[in-house]
Ligand binder design. Structure first.
Ligand SMILES: [Zn+2]
Ligand SMILES: [Zn+2]
Ligand SMILES: [Zn+2]
Length: 165
């Protein structure tokens, strides 16, 4: 399948670009994370491992850490002390100037954690705040709400009427 080949080519480039050796497991983990990214979801390590039943679980977990260290992926703890992993989109970065911090949304209905790649959080000093402000290097903003699929009429019908069965 040419589409598969294209994706593998892209994943190979991502690994090379990050200075990582290209291995079967790394390509597979990238494929799973990429599918999550397409859906806007950050994934549990356990979910990534479950999607790759033929890969060694420990190797999958280690691969996720390697990706985070290499800047390919980011991890977020939405407040339950369990990390979710998402691919990091460097498409809008320029050299050392990185611009991909984004808030995450926890859906209170289905529990999914979404990367809000299209949202920016700006934190500014309050008006009249004293001269020198803190230096912020990193922000982790977690929001709670309802994801798109739980907002759809189909989902509402399913969760409302369906449970009566
Ligand atoms: Zn970047
Ligand atoms: Zn949801
Ligand atoms: Zn994210």
């Amino acid at each position: 399948m040419p589409q598969h080949a294209d994706a593998n080519q892209r994943f190979t480039e991502i690994l090379r670009h990050a200075g990582l050796r290209v291995t079967e497991v790394r390509l597979s983990v990238l494929a799973v994370l990429s599918k999550g990214q397409a859906a806007g979801h950050a994934l549990l390590a356990a979910d990534v491992a479950a999607a790759l039943p033929h890969a060694d679980r420990v190797t999958v977990y280690r691969t996720l850490s390697t990706f985070v260290d290499a800047g390919i992926a980011h991890r977020v703890d939405p407040g339950d002390r369990v990390f979710r992993f998402g691919l990091t989109d460097h498409a809008h970065c320029d050299g050392d100037d990185h611009d991909h911090e984004h808030p995450h949304l926890v859906c209170d209905a289905c529990g999914v954690v979404q990367c809000l790649d299209d949202a920016v959080v700006t934190i500014q000093p309050r008006r009249g705040a004293a001269g020198t402000w803190r230096q912020i290097r990193q922000q982790q903003v977690t929001l709670h709400g309802t994801c798109q699929s739980c907002q759809s009429p189909d989902a509402r019908r399913a969760s409302g009427a369906g449970s009566r069965g």
